[in-house]
Design a binder for this molecule. Structure first.
Ligand SMILES: Nc1ncnc2c1ncn2[C@@H]1O[C@H](COP(=O)(O)OP(=O)(O)OP(=O)(O)O)[C@@H](O)[C@H]1O
Ligand SMILES: [Mg+2]
Length: 411
């Protein structure tokens, strides 16, 4: 099919501002060892189902803050010998943990980012010694205090096949999507979210223990309210900025969206000053002390939902067709990527897993052309590399077979 879209020839990709130049995986899912060197703006990974395409994207997603593209348990990731496990107890390929490291280009600078899992012994509430796994991160050989600090370096946006149902499933997934978007711009957002969950858990523990030490409870409630309102404010601000950006920069191919937030604390911030909302939050927690264990209505900011409206039809996304929903999602992701590029000066790396499914050829090629204009690196997966013939000159193609990757040069 002929397309209106043309890719400017950027086979020298000197103009790309965010990129991974070298990626190394050790003991990461189906890869005992893998190294890729990359010098193009697009990376296409092809292979049959189960060959390990998404695993590579997941590894890349650990170069930014958060729990990775699958939100997997850290303990699931280490290379596992499934055949051996069928006969005996679980067997790991060896005792070393998994690791991902990369040479990353950011503007004119290069940095090394490495992440791995560290096992620590912790005493549990019942005086048992538990082994817990924690992700540790190094940037240029300096250990970061927390993986949340990674947000400073390499923003990333990913779209996965699971997100095809984003607008249909539970609010939790839309909230995660929103929070990841907020985090690409506001690098404190993930830290606040994990601090919130941590303090909230402590509050519930005190209530469960029945030892109502009110000074301690008050201090926790103060922290929950403060963090909760900051989180809600960051979400509101990002939604507002993104809506404004999308209104000013409507897309000619992808459907334009308007985002709305459905959350008690977020809504209250429309009307009242933050200090007032914090007081309200704190007071509602005090009222809930008695029945918080039975009634989960208090976890306010963890109930917020994101609603997307398909502007042209004025229809909420959940009532759109499968293809329309995918296009809407891409439209939002693309807008955030452009917005970041304009306002943070760093375009996010894009990880697009099986992106061509549900898109007609015209939309797929238009998407690739629009991404090329972003001057960032984009990772694509497919079972059929021909889907990406449109970007042959600017892409590096890798084929995955038997847990090995080889670069393929011919069309
Ligand atoms: N910890 C692990 N150790 C070894 N192999 C693993 C581990 N976790 C997952 N795998 C294997 O990785 C493979 C899945 O890889 P992945 O999801 O990347 O495939 P894919 O190429 O994206 O497939 P599809 O086209 O179906 O999406 C499965 O065969 C799975 O058993
Ligand atoms: Mg996959």
């Amino acid at each position: 099919m002929d397309t209106l879209y043309h890719i400017h020839n950027t086979s020298d990709d000197a103009k790309v501002r965010s990129a991974i130049r070298r990626l190394t995986l050790v003991n990461f899912r189906n890869y005992k060892y893998l190294r890729l060197s990359i010098d193009k703006p697009f990376v296409v990974l092809s292979g049959e189902n189960g060959s390990g395409k998404t695993n590579v994207l997941e590894a890349v997603s650990f170069l930014t803050q958060g729990r990775g593209l699958r939100r997997a348990k850290l303990s699931e990731i280490k290379t596992f010998d499934f055949l051996a496990a069928q006969q005996t107890t679980p067997t790991f390929i060896n005792n070393a943990g998994w690791a991902v490291s990369a040479l990353v280009q950011q503007g004119n600078e290069e940095i090394n980012i490495g992440t791995a899992v560290e096992t620590q012994l912790r005493e549990s509430n019942y005086n048992e010694i538990k082994e817990i796994e924690r992700r540790i991160v190094h940037v240029d050989n300096q250990k970061l205090a927390s993986q949340n600090e990674l947000g400073k370096y390499l923003p990333m946006i990913w779209i996965t096949p699971q997100m095809d149902r984003l607008f249909l499933g539970g609010a939790q997934h839309r909230r995660h999507f929103l929070d990841r978007i907020v985090a690409t711009f506001d690098i404190e957002h993930m830290r606040r979210l994990s601090a919130f969950d941590n303090v909230y858990r402590q509050w519930m523990q005190v209530l469960k223990s029945g030892k109502l030490n009110s000074a301690w409870l008050s201090s926790l409630e103060e922290q929950i309210a403060g963090l909760g309102v900051a989180i809600a404010a960051a979400r509101r601000e990002q939604v507002h900025k993104l809506n404004t950006f999308m209104e000013k920069n409507p897309d000619d191919v992808f459907p334009n969206a308007v985002l709305q937030l459905n959350g008690t604390i977020e809504a209250m911030l429309d009307q009242k000053a933050a200090v007032y909302v914090e007081d309200f939050y704190r007071e509602s927690l005090i009222k809930l002390r008695q029945n918080a264990l039975y009634n989960n209505a208090n976890d306010e900011i963890n109930k917020t939902d994101l609603i997307a409206i398909y502007l042209k039809k004025n229809v909420p996304a959940n009532l759109c067709s499968t293809g329309e929903q995918k296009a809407l999602l891409l439209s939002i992701a693309l807008a955030q990527a452009k917005f970041l590029s304009a306002h943070r000066g760093i375009p996010p790396i894009l990880l697009l897993d099986e992106i061509a499914a549900h898109l007609d050829d015209f939309k797929r090629d238009a998407l690739l052309a629009k991404i090329a204009d972003l001057k960032t690196q984009t990772w694509l997966t497919t079972t059929n590399a021909h889907e990406f013939d449109f970007i042959r000159s600017t892409a590096q193609f890798f084929e995955i077979q038997n847990n090995q990757i080889s670069e393929s040069f011919s069309a």
